[in-house]
Design a protein around this ligand. Structure first.
Ligand code: SF4
Length: 214
C-alpha cells in the first residue's frame, strides 16, 4: 500500500507554464527541502494528510478533468510520487510535475511533462540547482526562472545561454508576485532579446493571491 502526505487537492485554472488557462486538478504534496525567499506555498512545508494512492486517484477522478499537476512543496521528496504520476498517466491523464530543480528528475515517468525550476540568486537557493538535470530535459519539459530583480534576470539570461535551454524546451521568466513588476520584466526581455516567455502567475490575478487551493 502506497501512502503519500497530501497538503491539498483542488480544481482550478492552471496559472503557469505552457498549460496556463486550462482547467487542471492540482495535487499538492507536503514538505520541501528548499526555503526560497519568496515562497508562496510555505503552508505546504509541514502537515498534510496521509492518503493512499487509490484515495488520491479517486479524489482526482471526481473532478472529471484530463489535466493533472503534481506539485508541492517538493513532490519528488516522497517516493510514492513516482507511482502516483505513473498511475495518472496509465489512467489517461495529461500529467504535469512542478519540481524545484534540486532533485533528480531521471526516474519520472517519461509521459509526464516535467516543469523544472532553475533557482535564481534572489531565491537564496541557487546553490541547490541540480545541473545534471539539464541534459535530461526534452521538448515535452519546461524550465521556469522566478525573477525577483534585475540581477536575477541577468543571471537567468546567462544560464539560458550557457545551457542552450530554449533549444531544449520552453523557458519561462516569471516575476515574483508583488515584488517585481511584470511590465519591468517584459521591458528587460524585449531589450535583451532573450529567448523565453514572460509568465505571469494567472492564478494571482484570477483569485485572491493570499487564498490557498487556487
Ligand atoms: S521549492 Fe517551491 S515550495 Fe519549496 S521553498 Fe521553493 S518555492 Fe517554496
Amino acid at each position: 500500500m502506497i501512502d503519500l502526505v497530501v497538503n491539498e487537492i483542488f480544481h482550478s485554472i492552471q496559472g503557469e507554464s505552457s498549460y496556463a488557462g486550462r482547467p487542471c486538478v492540482f495535487v499538492r504534496l507536503s514538505a520541501c527541502n528548499l526555503r526560497c525567499a519568496w515562497c508562496d506555498t510555505a503552508y505546504a512545508f509541514t502537515g498534510g494528510t496521509s492518503m493512499s494512492l487509490d484515495s488520491i486517484l479517486s479524489t482526482i477522478s471526481s473532478y472529471a478533468c484530463d489535466l493533472v499537476e503534481v506539485t508541492g512543496g517538493e513532490p519528488l521528496l516522497q517516493p510514492g510520487c513516482y507511482d502516483l504520476m505513473t498511475a495518472l498517466c496509465d489512467g489517461g491523464s495529461e500529467v504535469l510535475l512542478e519540481t524545484g530543480g534540486s532533485l533528480a528528475i531521471g526516474r519520472v515517468d517519461p509521459r509526464v511533462h516535467r516543469i523544472v525550476d532553475v533557482k535564481c540568486p534572489g531565491s537564496g537557493m541557487a546553490d541547490r540547482n541540480l545541473w545534471t538535470n539539464i541534459p535530461l530535459l526534452t521538448p515535452r519539459d519546461e524550465v521556469k526562472f522566478v525573477i525577483a530583480d534585475h540581477a536575477d534576470f541577468l543571471w537567468a539570461c546567462e544560464i539560458e545561454q550557457r545551457y542552450g535551454l530554449s533549444s531544449r524546451c520552453p523557458v519561462h521568466f516569471s516575476p515574483v508576485f508583488g515584488v517585481l513588476s511584470p511590465t519591468d520584466l517584459a521591458a528587460w526581455m524585449l531589450e535583451t532579446g532573450v529567448r523565453g516567455r514572460l509568465q505571469i502567475q494567472l492564478q494571482k490575478y484570477l483569485w485572491d493571491p493570499q487564498r490557498r487551493g487556487v
